[in-house]
Design a binder for this molecule. Structure first.
Ligand SMILES: *Cc1c(COP(=O)(O)O)cnc(C)c1O
Length: 361
């Protein structure tokens, strides 16, 4: 077996010890006579797994009791469509700040339901920066303001929580949750598909300030209703139990590694290593994002000559560095360096990049 350093943007690398534990418990979970994925989600075994995952996640992210935490299927995209149904009255405006591909996706999902207002967008400039807060055109009676904390494809990350006054702030943290301390109390909703930084694909975490669950929203079936999900402890129907279990193992690993403060330090070191190689390459490599808005999680970069893309990927793969091809929307390369990516992996990539430049520059 040879596991490479995997820079996939999502589904992304999981900590090796998590995979090993899941492997060891695959056939029989803790003397239960069956795998956890073969047991009822209402049985004592899975209830324990689910409760521990929630308690651990609350601890990891310092989530106050005044927030509900939901574990649901459907991915972050489904959350984007359900936000207006749950939190905006018919006809009410909702404000969107668009700083990349996922902000646009979020906007697309809500258009059938609300009068979505683009409060700010950096699209005309190619999503290379974050529009200054004082240029945002917020609606007076918006149901909420939505933004994408880290744009996974464009590599643009907010380094501060935007101040939007009394309007509830909704943040898509799919690709940066648990990468640094976060004041949850500043938010109405925080959500994240797990497959970037929290565990496996197939489960999504939605953190909701409880008072917002009392909003009437729009007519919707119970299964699309977050209040019902909160009341039913994310088990209105069969939850993605295997994914929930893997998420729980991943969160336990993050706590054991030192929690979000430690991952903030590692993320700063890892991203600096790559941006330094890029910035010191004399134009051989290029990242086009404004420095203050550069992502610590996803580092997109281009080679000065597109003809080098193929050899770069091929030689990187041979050196045990995989999944570096950029998103098709942007081209070039992208190194996703979430919590599970060890610093040694990023160092190996930085060394490879310098060596590749030396041989091809
Ligand atoms: C991956 C991603 C999404 C989409 O997640 P799905 O689980 O595929 O729906 C949304 N927002 C951000 C920031 C992402 O990185």
């Amino acid at each position: 077996m040879s596991r490479a350093h995997n820079f996939s943007a999502g589904p992304a690398a999981l900590p090796e010890t998590v995979l090993q534990q899941a492997q060891a418990e695959m056939l029989e979970w803790h003397g239960a006579g069956a795998s956890i994925v073969e047991l009822s989600h209402r049985g004592p075994e899975f209830i324990q797994v689910a409760a521990e995952a929630e308690a651990d996640l609350r601890k990891l992210l310092s989530i106050p009791d005044s927030y509900a935490v939901l574990f649901l299927g459907g991915g972050a995209t489904t959350v984007q469509a359900l936000l207006p149904l749950n939190f905006a009255a018919p006809g009410q405006a909702a404000d969107y700040v668009v700083t990349g591909h996922w902000g646009k996706t979020a906007l697309k999902q809500v258009k059938p339901y609300v009068a979505a207002n683009v409060a700010a967008s950096s699209e005309a400039e190619g999503f290379r920066d974050i529009p200054a807060r004082d240029t945002w055109g917020l609606s007076k009676d918006a149901a909420y303001v939505h933004y994408t904390a880290n744009e996974t494809i464009h590599g643009v990350e907010f380094r501060d929580i935007p101040d939007v006054g009394d309007i509830p702030l909704f943040g898509d943290f799919s690709s940066s949750i648990a990468s640094e301390p976060l004041d949850v109390s500043k938010f109405g909703v925080i959500y994240a598909g797990a497959q970037k930084n929290l565990g496996p694909v197939g489960i999504t975490v939605v953190i909701i300030r409880r008072d917002l669950l009392e909003r009437a929203g729009q007519p919707r079936a119970e299964i699309l209703d977050y209040r019902a999900h909160a009341k039913g402890e994310s088990m209105l129907n069969t939850p993605p139990s295997w994914n929930w279990y893997l998420l729980g193992l991943t969160v336990k690993w993050m706590l054991a590694e030192g929690g979000v403060e430690e991952f903030a330090r590692r993320s700063a070191r890892k991203s600096t290593l790559l941006y330094d190689v890029i910035d010191n390459s004399g134009g051989f490599y290029r990242n086009e994002v404004a420095k203050a808005a550069r992502s610590r999680m996803n580092v997109p970069f281009f080679l000065h000559d597109e003809a080098l893309d193929k050899p770069f990927l091929k030689e990187a793969g041979a050196a045990g560095l995989i999944s570096l091809k950029g998103h098709r929307a942007l081209g070039g390369m992208r190194a996703s360096i979430y919590n599970a990516m060890p610093e040694a992996g990023v160092q190996a990539l930085a060394d490879f990049m310098r060596d590749f430049q030396q041989r091809n520059g």
